[in-house]
Write a protein that binds this ligand. Structure first.
Ligand code: ADP
Length: 165
């Protein structure tokens, strides 16, 4: 069985992520959307919230699973027997970061493989941070995130905004 991993922060999952997931799931037997949880990094959504949002968003895709790891991604991939990591490339700005990321992972594991998928043009300028920013300012994020998690994200953003005021 061919298994691939789609690693990321997913803080929160966007329609751009879901587009990559939907297309990648057709190219493998199993796709694991894996939150790479970095304990040094501050996230807006908790690990549990991010996992729950991914689970809801991929519920209709039978060969997609959500998981997380607090450790090295290459170790997680070995543990799961993953053939490759899937990543999405937006516009041109992602390229340099992704090149560094692949090079680093290849140093950690010479057998590491990554597959890159181009973002759809309509999602090419969409990121989790844009969703957080627009949401915080009260803008409409309904087309930026999967419909099933829109209400949840809106509520959390409103609660955080009220807390800060
Ligand atoms: P990270 O914090 O590791 O970059 P993200 O969750 O933001 O994790 O993104 C995971 C992967 O999805 C990255 O390869 C990123 O380039 C890609 N990605 C993010 N947003 C989009 C989008 N709108 N369209 C396509 N790919 C995307």
């Amino acid at each position: 069985m061919k298994l691939m991993v789609y690693p990321g922060s997913f803080d929160p999952i966007t329609v751009g992520h879901l587009d990559i997931i939907t297309r990648a799931a057709k190219m493998t037997d199993k796709l694991i959307v894996a939150i790479m949880n970095n304990s040094e990094k501050k996230y807006f959504f908790t690990l549990e919230e991010r996992l729950e949002m991914i689970r809801k968003s991929v519920a209709h895709l039978k060969n997609v699973e959500a998981d997380f790891s607090d450790g090295l991604m290459v170790e997680y991939m070995k543990k799961r027997g993953a053939a490759a990591a899937v990543r999405g490339l937006r516009a041109i700005t992602d390229f340099e970061y992704e090149l560094q990321w692949v090079t680093l992972n290849q140093k950690l594991d010479p057998d590491f493989q990554a597959l890159f998928m181009m973002a759809s043009s309509e999602n090419s300028f969409l990121s989790s941070s844009i969703v957080r920013e627009i949401g915080r300012l009260g803008g409409d994020i309904s087309k930026m995130v999967p419909a099933c998690v829109h209400g949840f994200i809106k509520e959390k953003l409103t609660a955080e905004k009220n807390k800060g005021e």
